[in-house]
Design a binder for this molecule. Sequence first.
Ligand code: KIV
Length: 267
Amino acid sequence: MSDLISLQRRARDGEKLAMLTCYDASFAARVEAAGIDAILVGDSLGMVIQGQTSTLPVSLDEMAYHTAAVARGARHSFIIADLPFGSYQQHPAQALQSATRLLAAGAHCVKLEGGAIMAETVAFLTARGIPVCCHIGLQPQSVNATGGYRVQGRAHDAAQQLISDAVQLDQCGAGMIVLEAIPAPLASQITARTTAPTIGIGAGPDCSGQVLVLYDALGITPGKPPRFAQNFMTDGCDLDMALAAYVRAVKQGDFPTTAHSFGTTAT
Ligand code: KIV
């Protein structure tokens, strides 16, 4: 069974951490068997399971339901569950109540979106024994405020703000920090400045680890795949081979490459 302390130690020792999202027991068992380091029960389930256009409609009840299913399928994995939109932003006590639901459902850690504004909540939860994975950069729950799913942190001031957010969250006890859709050099700087492992998705090759939406890794997400995704279900590959190929590629530093990454200017 992986735990946060051993994952942090392995990242510090230079091992790349491989994470995938998962939403049900059957896939969870196969993802665990592939040797994944951590499973994220992401609120991306709103899009890939429910067919919604954003993660915003996902409820805490739904997150608890899917977390429990994943926990039944992957009994030895470190499971992170997303706190859904509206379940934690009001005040730290609200976040504690919501996190309690997800830990009772089988999660070992909760993930929340937001920079320095969430620092107090991160400190509040960690002081009460709840590991927290932070999520900065592109924050899908804020899509209405950021004008769509866009790369973040390209302008100098925005980059400095992200560095400052990451440092504050780190100091407040963040267990891991997901960096979504930010320029690779910025992710590299943030990784060098934080003790918590950084987990990239569209953040270049220099993060401590990588996460992908499972359905993107299997090439079954409808529509054009995001630039940072790769379909590991190639010709002649079955599910177990594809999952193992993802874990291997992350561990060996073969995924992501600069082709999956964003620069400081739009290309
Ligand atoms: O919900 C999710 O799947 C996520 C990942 C994209 C990091 O937050």
